[in-house]
Write a protein that binds this ligand. Structure first.
Ligand code: HSE
Length: 428
């Protein structure tokens, strides 16, 4: 009988329990596909007494994930605790030190500590796999690292936070405001323990950091990412964008430019009829463009027990089969430290502002834009009953630099009632 691949699972929340379930229910299938049994030696979580709906009595229990990671009867340390440092990082390092491969769903830990972990793993001859860390059940890491290895990747983009997409699409469908839908997400258990990770764009930013490292052969650089959340998006923005043929998405975009690596996670307008524009609810979508493949679109569940555990099992099966790849697709020492290029590529922008309704006001705005070298493509003033006139402007392509110059010039005039909202229009 071939030696089993023995797992130690740290973290028994939704995903950890999902992994235990699949290892049990699909034991024969997994052994047939990988050529060896996959077993669980030990588990660890914060609260041993909690009923998780699965019988864990046949596995050894460790209160301390570091002790679990160091056990001699563990071949693969499965890290499903979360957190960029603390116990997750300590246990992952301990696992690598003691000769274990690592499978993790922890995007924050890898986005922030990925380079040093990849170096540690490679020095120890171990692998770190993290399919479940990005876009849940969608096999995007494998697609980029393996299936698309023959391409120069030109752009990676996507909607990678289901909670934000749920809020934005439900705002449009129901006419309810951001706050109401945020509360609904809290009730439904969609929010991370720190909701700002979701609505502030940080969770999705961590995911994009990992994709851009693989896509462009660069060191994971979360600090170099421009991040903006969805908290300022109003029903008005959503309705007016729809009126002009767009949908608002929390969209991540990574691409190489002449000035370095541009990485953005921010609300953007995309054409309503595009695949990204059509994406509803908590589903994720990743679009990858390469010189040979042109464009591929991957769509699927970005969270949840089954989809995330499915991705974890995919990695475990690869290890069982003997597949060994560098963490970010090429040896860690060869990853480039690319300078961060903040929104350097020009794009059209959507501007919404509320103006005092009196003669000459629009001319002032047009002049400020003109002074910054920004040309107006389309403009609308909506009907209104009070003294403030809602105005929407779509610009021709311009740089973020020019736009920021215009926005700060607008701060100095007394005809703007509220700070203008500026959203990039992404061609997809
Ligand atoms: N909170 C994430 C989301 C799922 O809403 O997509 C875990 O990454």
């Amino acid at each position: 009988m071939t030696e089993p691949l023995r797992l130690g699972i740290a973290g028994l929340g939704t995903v950890g329990v999902g992994v235990v379930r699949i290892v049990r229910t699909h034991a024969a299938l997994l052994a047939a596909r990988t050529g060896r049994p996959i077993t669980i030696s030990a588990v660890s979580a914060r609260d041993r007494g909690r009923d998780r709906g699965v019988n864990l009595s046949q596995y050894a229990w460790e209160d301390d994930p570091v002790a679990l990671a160091r056990r001699d009867d563990v071949d693969v340390f499965v890290e499903l605790m979360g957190g960029s440092d603390g116990p997750a990082l300590a246990a992952t390092r301990a696992a690598l030190e003691t000769g274990k491969d690592v499978v993790t769903a922890n995007k924050a830990m890898l986005a922030i500590n990925g380079q040093s972990l990849a170096e540690q793993a490679e020095a120890a001859g171990r692998v770190i796999r993290f399919e479940a860390a990005v876009a849940g059940g969608i096999p995007v890491i494998k697609s980029l690292t393996e299936s698309l290895a023959g391409n120069e990747i030109t752009r990676v983009m996507g909607v990678m936070n289901g909670t934000c997409n749920y809020i934005l699409t439900r705002m449009e469908a129901t006419g309810q405001g951001y706050d109401v839908l945020f509360d609904e997400c809290a009730r439904l258990g969609y929010l991370e323990a720190d909701p700002n990770l979701d609505v502030g764009g940080i969770d999705a930013g961590h995911k994009l950091t990992l994709l851009s490292s693989i896509a462009f052969g660069t060191r994971p650089d979360f600090d170099g990412m421009e991040i903006e959340g969805i908290q300022r998006i109003t029903l008005e923005d959503i309705r007016q964008a729809a009126d002009m043929g767009y949908r608002i998405k929390l969209l991540g975009v990574a691409q190489k430019t002449g000035r370095g690596l541009e990485q953005r996670m921010q609300p953007c307008l995309v054409p309503a009829e595009s695949p990204l524009g059509q994406l509803e609810g908590g589903t994720n979508m990743v679009v990858i463009e390469g010189d040979a493949v042109e464009q591929i679109v991957l769509r699927g569940p970005g969270a949840g027990q089954g989809p995330t555990a499915s991705a974890v099992l995919g990695d475990i099966c690869d290890i069982a089969r003997g597949t060994r790849l560098p963490t970010f697709g090429q040896p860690a020492a060869t990853l480039e430290a690319a300078p961060s290029a903040r929104s350097s590529l020009p794009a059209p922008y959507y501007l919404r502002m509320s103006l005092v309704d009196k003669p000459g006001v629009l001319a002032k705005i047009a002049q400020i834009l003109g002074n910054a070298g920004i040309s107006i493509d389309r403009m609308r003033q909506y009907s209104h009953s009070e003294s403030a006139a809602p105005v929407l402007i779509v610009t021709h392509k311009t740089t973020r630099e020019a736009l920021d110059e215009a926005l700060s010039a607008m701060e100095g005039i007394d005809v703007i009632m509220t700070r203008p909202v500026a959203l990039r229009i992404e061609s997809v």
